[in-house]
Design a protein around this ligand. Structure first.
Ligand SMILES: [Zn+2]
Length: 329
């Protein structure tokens, strides 16, 4: 059924002939071990050419938006990391979206249904990487207007892993999306990611007092507690940094969902299915998952939900206190 919706251009992209020509740039070939440098612009452009059109495991075709006749395009993952050098290339702009707002329109007709919020901004975060963090994507939404404000996205290079292991890990994780090349081109260590993230937070005036401290009327939103309860502290340990204060409280969307709709959702896919929302992009590509979770947040705000902190840690090494009685365990 999904295939029937694939536009002609997309079918062409997945044709065996074109695949042949794309091969030199294709992600299926293991990247050379010294491939940390930026690859050629052409390779960059093609690095994501295949995945959104290929229906395979872990991928979801995006349903066409009724409001838009334009074919959906994959997002340029150099652009999301402020590293696209092809913004003047018409062919590149034709192939890749350079506008995250398109996938995150605020439902202005529901603006009067939004309840007064305790927080001004929501930072939707959905980490990727089980052994070490591989991707750190944040989508920023205005809690009251539901509008997309900005995003922060970085691929993260593991610090305690051999090059060989990283290459295998990345091929297994991102190869199926065709974005392993862009990962190798752009990934930086977690410590540097946090420095750049803190700059970004500062640019949005989101520090309550000092840099690295608490957020000012803003909070992370995650789908489950794993990201901030488990993974970030683990990665801080591996990267030998103290857990920053701004990671010590968050909103677990599953708990908000349970207490608002009185239904248990085990994950993002369940929420989207229940709310009858189409998935955008590739499931388990962090930036796309963050966008989809942000869309669920926008929908819940439009339905009248109030976003509030569900989990808090008293100190960098302290236990997590959960604030809702009814919650997903
Ligand atoms: Zn680009």
């Amino acid at each position: 059924m999904a295939l029937a919706r694939v536009p002609a251009a997309a079918r062409l992209l997945s044709s065996p002939l074109l695949q042949y020509f794309l091969r030199p740039f294709s992600s299926s070939a293991s990247p050379p071990r010294s491939s940390h440098r930026r690859s050629s612009p052409i390779a960059a452009a093609f690095s994501q050419a295949q995945p959104p059109h290929a229906v395979s495991e872990g991928q979801v075709m995006e349903a066409p938006r009724p409001s838009s006749r334009r074919p959906w395009k994959p997002t340029c993952l150099y652009y999301t990391q402020s590293k696209c050098t092809m913004m003047n290339d018409a062919m590149h702009l034709e192939k890749f979206s350079h506008n995250l707002m398109m996938d995150l329109p605020a439902n202005t007709t529901a603006a009067d249904k939004v309840k007064p919020q305790k927080l001004d901004y929501l930072l939707i975060l959905d980490l990727e990487g089980k052994v070490e963090i591989l991707e750190f994507p944040v989508v920023m939404i205005d809690a009251q207007s539901m509008e997309f404000i900005d995003s922060f996205h970085r691929f993260v290079r593991p610090t305690a892993m051999s090059e060989q292991r990283i290459a295998e890990y990345i091929e297994g994780k991102y190869g199926k999306f065709g974005v392993d090349r862009v990962w190798h081109d752009t990934a930086i260590p977690f410590k540097e990611v946090l420095q750049e993230f803190e700059d970004w937070v500062g640019n949005h005036n989101l520090w309550k007092k000092e840099r690295g401290g608490s957020l000012n009327s803003a909070a992370f939103v995650t789908c489950g507690n794993w990201d901030l309860k488990t993974k970030v502290p683990e990665q801080c340990n591996v990267s030998k940094i103290k857990l920053p204060t701004y990671f010590m409280e968050w909103i677990n969307l599953k708990d908000i969902y349970l207490n608002f709709y009185r239904r248990r959702a085990t994950g993002m896919m369940t929420m989207m299915r229940e709310l009858q929302m189409p998935i955008v992009g590739s499931h388990h590509l962090g930036i796309d998952d963050s966008k989809n979770i942000a869309r669920v947040v926008q929908r819940m705000l439009a339905d009248g939900a109030v976003m509030q902190i569900t989990a808090k840690r008293q100190s960098a090494t302290g236990d997590v206190r959960f604030l809702f009685k009814d919650r997903i365990r």
